[in-house]
Design a protein around this ligand. Structure first.
Ligand code: NMX
Ligand code: MLT
Length: 564
């Protein structure tokens, strides 16, 4: 049956319609689209430097909320399927087009080789081995991440912002990852409101976190909070009731959306709790000074007749740490802004930074440690809370998400050692000293990327716009000149360029969020958007249990000898 052709178009960030033009793609294209279904959108076909084809659907049913979009999307694809190639097969089958596409891919091309698995790959952390299906994003070694086909600059241009020309709203990205469509501002705002409504945290979650010492690493506290949230899993309840496999995606959707919605409150509780403790500690110290007037400091204070000083100090600290207490959400704000507000930061520039931060850290295809962990654990039909808590534990490793903490601590120790006014030679010495002590240079290198991470570049652009004279930003810029040649000289580093973590810390510190140990929690909140979206699609596609084959060293040696 011939399919109708329609001119494809983009709906821009602020409701504008950009016909026939796709950034970095050039020239108008035409693509076949289905004529049936409520959500039939126009398709945009993009070419990439990889020569792969990406499809981007443009939102064409603006009145539907995200859940309705998804609910419609799956049956719609069924009807699309019945329009094309294997009509009879699909008409007797009740699965979605995506499931059918997958089935067809498997049956038609299941034996196509995607490359050779070498012994190096087995020993070397499966680097370069294509082994996972991940729909929401794709990473190119040279040009970086694309979310459903859109690069970071394209997302900045096309996704709705809080204000015209502002940074993208993470809600818009969530919509894009889930549906493959660019939402308009109204839809992103509707999603903000939905996430606010879902952000109710049972009291036991805070109690579970409170059971940990305040000095416990913030990632440990955060993962504990996520595990405590699991008690409310809709997936687990539905599974216990015997829900059929075709329905798995629906409670997974509920859990993922609830999880994404609730994380900022849990994460800010972890942050404010530490500050509260610090505040409490200082208040007690001041009180001790007052009671035990024989302490030296207090003796001097009394001599000078300024007994009220400790109270003044308390007042100042009270202001600095905004009373050290928990800040309730402001539901008039968008997701990232509300998160920043609950952390205690309301500067409009910081809100913009949080929107950018949460957007760019959300997803990085499927093979990174956190995403892969969630995918693996989820494949056992563990619910999204269990899967995401596992992911967080991977993110907490210094070679992965903890690198953002390591970068700021490393830079701070450099400044402590040499001062802010540092020469290029001193910087080189410091980098070599780090390497010679057997440590890695945090924030540099990558398992897949082979050029500067575009997430680094967009943070650098943010800094150039908002804090060009900040001394630590200048230091980060200087490191960009000094580190890559040294890592190249080392001879073994495959990618000497900076990754996302090389930049985030100095931006956060500039706006007052200076507790480096907390940084990975921010990364974690953001990563829930990519992981949650993919988990929904994992269940919608009915992906199987992940279970690769492992071998022993004996096995590998004897196999390689025979093969030689
Ligand atoms: N500093 C020092 N040595 C490095 C670095 C670096 N930044 N990057 C790679 N190497 C070393 C690496 O340790 C390995 O050494 P050896 O053979 O002695 O074990 C060698 O170079 C080859 O490694 P690669 O193949 O280039 O990198 P790989 O894919 O194994 O690891 C990282 C990727 C990201 C783990 C690695 O580049 C690294 O440790 N970077 C610093 C930590 C970091 O910034 N992590 C954050 C990554 C992004 N994220 O958010 O997750
Ligand atoms: C990530 O964002 O997950 C990191 O860049 C690590 C990776 O992609 O391997």
């Amino acid at each position: 049956m011939p399919t109708p052709k329609r001119r494809r178009c983009f709906r821009g960030s602020f409701g504008s319609r950009i016909d026939g033009v796709i950034p970095e793609c050039g020239g108008a294209l035409e693509a076949p689209v289905s004529s049936g279904g409520l959500l039939v959108g126009d398709f945009a076909q993009q070419s990439s430097s990889l020569g792969s084809i990406r499809w981007l659907q443009v939102q064409s049913a603006p009145d539907l909320d995200l859940h309705s979009q998804l609910k419609e999307l799956i049956p719609e694809q069924q009807s699309m399927a019945s329009n094309v190639v294997v009509e009879t097969l699909f008409s007797i089958c009740s699965l979605s087009l995506f499931q059918e596409r997958l089935k067809k891919l498997k049956s038609d091309h299941g034996k196509v080789q995607l490359g050779n698995i070498t012994a190096d790959m087995v020993i070397g952390g499966m680097r370069g081995m294509t082994g996972l299906l991940w729909e929401t994003s794709l990473l190119d070694p040279d040009e970086g991440i694309r979310f459903r086909g859109l690069s970071i600059p394209e997302c900045q241009k096309l996704l709705p912002g809080a204000k015209a020309g502002g940074e993208p709203l993470p809600e818009g990205l969530l919509w894009l990852l889930l549906t493959g469509k660019v939402p308009n501002k109204e839809q992103a705002d509707g999603l903000s409101a939905e996430l606010c409504n879902r952000a109710k945290i049972p009291d036991h979650v805070f109690k579970a976190i409170d059971a940990l010492p305040v000095a416990a690493h913030p990632m440990t506290q955060f993962a504990t909070g996520v595990m405590a949230l699991q008690v409310d899993s809709e997936f687990q309840k539905a599974y216990e009731k015997g829900m059929p496999k075709a329905k798995f995606w629906e409670p997974t959707y509920e859990d993922s959306m609830n999880l994404i919605a609730r994380l900022p409150t849990v994460a800010s509780y972890v942050y404010r709790r530490q500050i509260s403790f610090f505040f409490l500690f200082l208040s007690l110290y001041m009180l001790t000074l007052l009671i035990f007037g024989d302490l030296v400091a207090f003796y001097f204070i009394r001599k000078k007749n300024i007994c009220g000083l400790p109270y003044v100090c308390c007042g100042i600290l009270f202001r600095i740490y905004k009373d050290g207490g928990i800040i309730p959400p402001d539901n008039s704000l968008d997701y990232a802004a509300n998160f920043s507000h609950m952390l205690g930061f309301d500067d409009p520039k910081m809100l913009e930074l949080m929107r950018l931060y949460v957007t760019i850290h959300s997803d990085h295809e499927g093979g990174n440690v956190s995403a892969h962990t969630a995918h693996l654990v989820g494949s056992a039909l563990s619910d999204p809370y269990l899967s995401f808590a596992a992911a967080l534990n991977g993110l907490a490793g210094p070679l992965h998400g903890l690198a953002n903490q390591e970068v700021l601590l490393w830079i701070e120790s450099l400044v402590k050692e040499v001062g802010e006014d540092i020469t290029t030679d001193q910087l080189k010495d410091y980098v070599w000293k780090t390497l010679k002590s057997g440590k890695v240079v945090p924030g540099y290198g990558h398992g897949v990327l082979r050029k500067t991470d575009p997430r680094y570049t967009c943070q650098r652009e943010f800094a150039l716009k908002h804090l060009p004279d900040d001394p630590l930003f200048k230091l980060v810029s200087k490191l960009y000149e000094v580190v890559p040649p040294i890592l190249t000289e080392l001879g073994k580093v495959k990618n000497p360029w900076p990754n996302v973590d090389a930049h985030s810390g100095v931006l956060l510190k500039y706006f007052g969020l200076s507790e480096a140990r907390y940084f990975t929690v921010l990364f974690g909140v953001s990563r829930s958007i990519g992981i949650g979206s993919q988990l929904i699609w994992d269940r919608a596609l009915g992906l199987p249990l992940e279970r690769p084959k492992s071998v022993t060293m004996d096995w590998l040696e004897s196999y390689c000898k025979k093969a030689a």
